[in-house]
Design a protein around this ligand. Structure first.
Ligand code: CP
Length: 322
């Protein structure tokens, strides 16, 4: 049973928040991802042959949109993209009416990115279709947390271990930067401790309020990046979301001095840690370009894992068994 009120009112193939997933379901999604990746092209491309999937994007995206679209196409599905910039959304059409229109056109699943937290619930309830949350406001980005988990398991040599509450025991993940506005931080902080990880949220008070610790068990807050790094097996960096700062003043030079992941900092405090970033990244702000490109960086693997995880989420959404 889900712990989220109202979750039972949405199609069970939906994925809107990470906390609607049990650890067993996470394990099944990871196993399905492995299974799909091992399939031959001819077999894989029949799984969703002719099924209609709509991508509905109210915010810009490179990785999430492209990987969902390519994943759907690799499974044989037909996709259509509706963007707020070039559709009747610009004329004031509501989310509900846009969803009902896509359903009337035969869409069987909608992938939604929206600037309002909770919008995927509204769409799922209005249409009855499986809805995959591709990021809603500052709330959740569940497919990102799953692809991040898969990347960590592979990089930390844990991919062969059973996925359960002990899989990440002994692993500390430090997530640094603009936690306040980050749906990626929220989803990871809610998922990783359920597999045994310790999560340190790190940043200045403007970007990391003390209340963030209430996201769940296994989470702590640190203002000291070097100390947090020295305890970490994974260093996940986040972009400062200037589009959501809304008047919040930030001294960028001080931020860089205190929180930028530099080659020197990494070598001194976490010479073996896996470096991650969900993207888009701003080289020279939260991360030095040399760090993004170094051998410790798993940033491109995260993107590639996005394709694999999202294929599994589409198969799950449409209830295909094979
Ligand atoms: N990580 C992520 O959501 O990237 P995009 O905004 O490019 O989709």
């Amino acid at each position: 049973m889900s712990s989220i009120p109202g979750t039972h009112l949405v199609h069970p193939g939906s994925l809107i928040t990470v906390d609607s997933l049990t650890v067993d379901e996470v394990a099944r999604i990871l196993a399905l991802t492995d299974h799909l990746e091992a399939l031959a092209y001819a077999e894989k491309s029949k799984l969703l042959a002719g099924r209609r999937i709509a991508l509905l994007f109210y915010e810009s995206s490179t990785r999430t949109r492209t990987s969902f679209e390519l994943a759907a196409k690799s499974l044989g599905a037909v996709t259509t993209l509706v963007s707020d910039k070039s559709s009747s959304i610009e004329k004031g059409e509501s989310l509900k009416d846009t969803g009902l229109t896509l359903r009337a056109l035969g869409a069987e699943c909608i992938i939604l990115r929206h600037n309002s937290s909770g919008a995927p619930f509204v769409l799922a309830r209005a249409t009855g279709l499986p809805v995959l949350n591709a990021g809603d406001g500052m709330h959740q980005h569940p497919s990102q947390a799953l692809l991040d988990l898969r990347t960590m398991l592979h990089r930390l040599d844990l991919a062969e271990k059973p996925v359960n509450a002990e899989t990440l025991r002994g692993i500390t993940v430090t997530i640094t930067g603009d936690i306040r506005h980050s749906r990626v931080a929220r989803s990871n902080a809610m998922l990783l401790p359920r597999l045994g990880a310790r999560v340190i949220l790190c940043g200045p008070p403007e970007l990391l309020p003390e209340e963030a610790v209430s996201l769940g068990e296994g989470i702590e807050i640190s203002r000291d990046f070097d100390a947090a790094l020295s305890r970490s097996q994974v260093a996940m960096m986040l972009r400062i979301q200037t589009e959501r700062l809304a008047g919040l003043a930030l001294d960028k030079a001080q931020y860089i001095a205190d929180y930028q992941l530099t080659e020197e900092r990494l070598a001194t405090h976490a010479p073996n840690a896996v470096v991650m970033h969900p993207g888009p990244m701003i080289r020279g702000l939260e991360i030095q370009g040399e760090v993004a490109d170094c051998l410790q960086s798993a940033i491109e693997e995260q993107v590639t894992n996005g394709l694999a995880i999202r294929a599994a989420l589409l198969v799950r959404a449409l209830g295909v068994t094979f």
